[in-house]
Design a protein around this ligand. Sequence first.
Ligand code: GLP
Length: 264
Amino acid sequence: MAEVAIVADADEAGELVAESIVSLLRSKPDLVLGLATGSTPLSSYRALAHRIRHERIDVRGVRGFALDEYVGLPAGHPQSYRSVISREVVEPLGLTPDLVRVPNGDLRTLRMAGSEYEAAISAAGGVDLQILGIGRSGHIGFNEPGSSLASLTRVKTLTESTRSDNARFFDSLDEVPMHCITQGIGTILRARHLVLLAFGEAKARAIAAAVEGPVSASQPGSAIQLHPHTTVVVDEAAASLLAHADYYRYAWASRAALPIEQAG
Ligand code: GLP
């Protein structure tokens, strides 16, 4: 079972995530972070930036791998995940730009982009902590329903519902690319610790399916149940359809009484 933290709001979630990352950084200054885009992880990046500044934490050695990227957007497009990761993560955290990679969505080199990305993650020694959001359809990264639970980084076709959810970042729906390149579910499962975040009622079904539903390619988020160390951090609204919410609260509140770190 994943550990589930039900928190008051996105800010409290951000502080929890920042604390986990800061404590890992103390023993591993060249930590490898798995970075999600979307609105959900923003409070975590904000809280982490705050801690880094105020505690003068040296993050020059931190490496990062983004989950996904659109295919075919021109270089420097403000909504490419390369630009988003620079703007929302690399710059505010003060990371070393060359140490943070995003899958390459350039059409000319697409054929090799997936295997190159996998090789780069392996060469870095794998991801230590992977931040994940979840789409309303249950997708993680851009692994839409039906994605193989063993999949590696590859090109996928976005669903119409993901395109329309993401149209808010573009001038019109027509501008949202139809394809993406995303870490696979198998790639994500290789990270040493998964932290899945979700806020708001619109995510409640996807969270219930991910945490308590059957493990199924139809609900890509449910793959977290296959991972030995996942922490799910949700607000009350996103937790509202969890059948065992009372137990999660009780287990989370009492974890400090254990002399070991709980996992699974
Ligand atoms: C996109 C991203 C996902 C993200 C999802 C949810 O599709 N590729 O990584 O989890 O959106 O986005 P938001 O956090 O804005 O709800």
